[in-house]
Design a protein around this ligand. Structure first.
Ligand code: SAM
Length: 244
């Protein structure tokens, strides 16, 4: 792990450009970061997309693997703001991007200071394709569904979508729906105390099947992160629907 990321996780603070400490919040846990890294090492994406960057903790875990494997870029989408109004001081997202630079990942990062509902259609319009998406933005059902909708349109076959806060009712509902798509299979999950999925030698669960997925989501200790693998092009007909 990059020493600066380790320091942030230990102190729960980041450094402002002026050298002051600022307490962080909303970030993924160490276990979730390691889960992301294991998935990334299996999938070896060229391009990754993250929706909801904040202080950049999950992006730092991601970029570490991207740098190792010589990947092309990490697209960051966050509504921001980069700077606090009036003072010009860096705000949470600005500090997140600064953290990525401090770790030496600046050349990998393509940053968008926009809500995902605006940024993702723009990326689609310009023909951007990605191999890995981490969804951790606004967690209402409709918003998360919209993020999944565009993530699916942007994602190459063989790529993965990871949902954070998968134990929250709105996100869980979206995952239930996504599991119905014929193009997706359950890839892995992480629960509160111990890691499941993305484990073992292969690091990837190639089994799928909705009954099994539903069973996993309904267990008393539901997953906090869920990864779905895109196994085929999404070729549902215009009238496709499955109860979820
Ligand atoms: C839970 S935090 C992300 C934490 C980050 N993934 C990490 O582990 O460090 C959620 C982020 O989503 C951003 N956000 C909220 N609504 C958004 C939207 N509509 N589009 C993009 N980002 C959004 C917030 O600004 C916030 O930075």
């Amino acid at each position: 792990m990059h020493p600066y990321l380790k320091q942030i996780l230990e102190t729960h603070t980041v450094l402002t450009p002026e050298g002051h400490s600022r307490e962080i919040n909303s970030q993924i846990s160490l276990e979730q970061g390691l889960f992301l890294q294991r998935l990334l090492r299996e999938i070896r994406p060229r391009v990754t997309l993250e929706i909801g960057v904040a202080f950049g903790i999950s992006s730092m875990f991601t970029c570490e693997v991207l740098q190792e494997s010589g990947a092309l870029k990490h697209i960051c989408v966050d509504v921001g703001p980069l700077r606090k109004e009036g003072t010009g001081e860096l705000d949470r997202y600005g500090l997140g991007l600064l953290n990525l630079e401090r770790c030496g990942y600046g050349a990998l990062v393509e940053a968008h200071e926009l809500p995902s509902e605006i940024a993702l259609p723009h990326l689609l319009q310009k023909g951007q394709k990605v191999d890995f998406v981490f969804i951790d933005g606004w967690h209402t059902f409709d918003h998360c569904l919209l993020d999944f909708f565009y993530a699916n349109r942007l994602l190459n076959v063989g790529g993965a979508i990871v949902f954070h806060d998968a134990d929250g009712p709105p996100v869980k509902k979206v995952i239930h729906y996504a599991c119905r798509y014929p193009a997706y299979r359950w890839l892995g999950e992480i629960r509160r105390r111990r890691m499941l999925g993305a484990g073992g030698r292969s690091g990837i669960r190639k089994i799928g099947g909705f009954a099994l997925d539903l069973f996993r989501l309904l267990r008393p200790n539901p997953p906090t992160c869920v990864a779905l693998l895109k196994v085929a092009e999404d070729e549902r007909s215009w009238s496709w629907y499955e109860n979820f």
